[in-house]
Design a protein around this ligand. Structure first.
Ligand SMILES: Cc1cc2nc3c(=O)[nH]c(=O)nc-3n(C[C@H](O)[C@H](O)[C@H](O)COP(=O)(O)OP(=O)(O)OC[C@H]3O[C@@H](n4cnc5c(N)ncnc54)[C@H](O)[C@@H]3O)c2cc1C
Length: 442
């Protein structure tokens, strides 16, 4: 039987934080735990540095290089308690969060649950495409890429080979652009040498975007630069195309176009990770509606941070962008306000300081929009991107290993992690079916 084993907070208020992403992590770091007991809950026991997931998917980095163990991050934090649990319900009336190990009482609740891939209710697309949102997603995608190429090398059917060698990336946001760039470099520097008997000119990477441009949240200049770079790198770019169906073999678009492909990477959107239990008018468009003190509408002691929070104001009428900086700054602001309350000092409203946008497209190719109005690209942007990502990675080990891997990849043009180590989705499904058929026979 599971039990929570949490110590009594004594006279201190207990703050339960759900989610150890950028928001939850920065909140806990900043919080004065001599004044509060903090219980952090996450379904994983690690923090994921999502901006580098695409490098795990394209064999540039190992998964542990971009993950930080949550217990280690707070080893020296007083009265900090981590439990690896999925929260499946909140009861604000009794101030409890519900988990498989039991209900946890809270005085204050911080929701920092982030987002998950949005398939817009399309079950076929959900079942057959590959999202890139978590570490398991990235590892599955990497495995799938190499497994698919191995199959392409083995088939004697030209049509089947074409299908296997056509990769579709859906979504022209930063993740789609970065992934497309990395795949193009993988083709040029690694695959062309590793698969001498496979016709590499048939290996197609097609990036499809529903709107009319790439990187729509960036400046026009950066958007155009991204387009120019990806075109130069041999990525096929298609705009105004909305995927309506994908059965694992053929992708269908709204205008009736079809594309035969065994790989669709889904980066078309995300939706908030909402937990059951709060009033329906606290949630809008799958985000918790919050005020400028980050408090969820209708509740005195429930807060939401980061991607799952919707804070609108004159500057951000449609809400703040779903980027790490918003989550980090919200986490820090809320903790500072809790610390201020503990000392009878005034609290401060949240105000986002936009530090700009960066996206990497390939070797020496990146775009940067820095406030107030600085837009640049190429090698300088590439250096800024590398520095910022190393700086924000969690833990010395990750910074060191990532830096060394990048230097190694840069000098040798190699990608070390191109092994097929895990079962493919099909194999997993087949194994599952076999297991079930054994159970059925019993
Ligand atoms: C592929 C990719 C690339 C990106 N690139 C960039 C970039 O270059 N720059 C940038 O600024 N931003 C980027 N982002 C966005 C950035 O990662 C997010 O804005 C940021 O992670 C939001 O932080 P968060 O703390 O709100 O949520 P997250 O970091 O998503 O953390 C949420 C946490 O909550 C946990 N959780 C969720 N539900 C539950 C539950 N019910 N019970 C227990 N635990 C739960 C999850 O396991 C997770 O650990 C990228 C995102 C992705 C997916």
């Amino acid at each position: 039987m599971l039990t929570l084993n949490l110590p009594d907070p004594q006279s201190k208020p207990r703050i339960v934080v759900i989610g150890g992403g950028f928001a939850g992590l920065n909140f806990v770091h900043q919080l004065d735990t001599t004044r509060y007991q903090v219980v952090l809950l996450d379904r994983h026991n690690y923090h994921t540095f999502a901006p580098l997931l695409y490098q795990v998917a394209t064999a540039g980095l190992e998964a542990p290089d971009i993950c930080g163990p949550l217990r280690k991050s707070f080893r020296r934090k007083h009265d900090f308690h981590f439990r690896m649990l999925q929260v499946h319900g909140i009861d604000p009336a009794t101030r409890l969060v519900h988990t498989a190990a039991g209900a946890i009482p809270y005085d204050h609740l911080v929701l920092a649950t982030g987002t998950r891939a949005n398939f817009f209710g399309n079950q076929n697309i959900q079942a057959h495409t590959l999202p890139l949102k978590t570490v398991p997603d990235a590892r599955r995608l990497r495995n799938h890429i190499f497994q698919t190429l191995e199959r392409a090398d083995l088939t004697d059917d030209p049509e089947e080979r074409k299908r296997l060698m056509t990769f579709i990336i859906v979504g022209g946001g930063p993740s789609g652009v970065e992934l497309a760039g990395a795949l193009s470099e993988l083709r040029k520097h690694v695959l062309a040498h590793d698969y001498p008997d496979t016709p590499m000119d048939q290996l197609r990477f097609i990036l499809v975007e529903g709107e009319g441009e790439l990187l729509s949240s960036f400046s026009d200049k950066s958007s155009r630069e991204a387009y120019r770079n990806l075109e130069e790198m041999g990525i096929e770019l298609k705009f105004g195309m909305l995927m309506t169906d994908y059965d694992g073999r053929v992708a269908t678009f709204k205008d009736g176009t079809t594309l035969s492909s065994s790989t669709v990477i889904w980066g078309a959107g995300v939706t908030g990770e909402i937990i059951e239990g709060l009033k329906s008018d606290s949630v809008l468009k799958a985000r918790y509606v919050i005020d400028d003190h980050l408090r969820v509408a209708g509740y005195e002691n429930v807060y939401a941070l980061g991607d799952v929070a919707l804070l609108t104001n004159d500057e951000w009428p449609r809400g703040h962008p779903g980027v790490a900086q918003v989550a980090i700054q919200m986490g820090k602001r809320l903790a500072k306000n809790f610390n201020a309350i503990a000392r009878d000092r005034p609290t401060t409203a949240f105000r986002y300081r936009d530090k700009g946008n960066l996206a990497i497209i390939g070797r020496n190719r990146a775009v940067a929009d820095l406030p107030p109005n600085l837009h640049f690209s190429g090698v300088p942007a590439w250096f800024v991107w590398a520095f910022v990502h190393i700086f924000y990675l969690i833990g010395f080990r990750n910074r060191l290993f990532t830096f060394l891997s990048w230097v190694g990849n840069y000098v040798t043009y190699n990608r070390a992690v191109r092994l097929v180590l895990e079962p493919t989705l099909e194999e997993e499904l087949r194994e599952g079916e076999e297991r079930f058929s054994v159970i059925d026979r019993r």
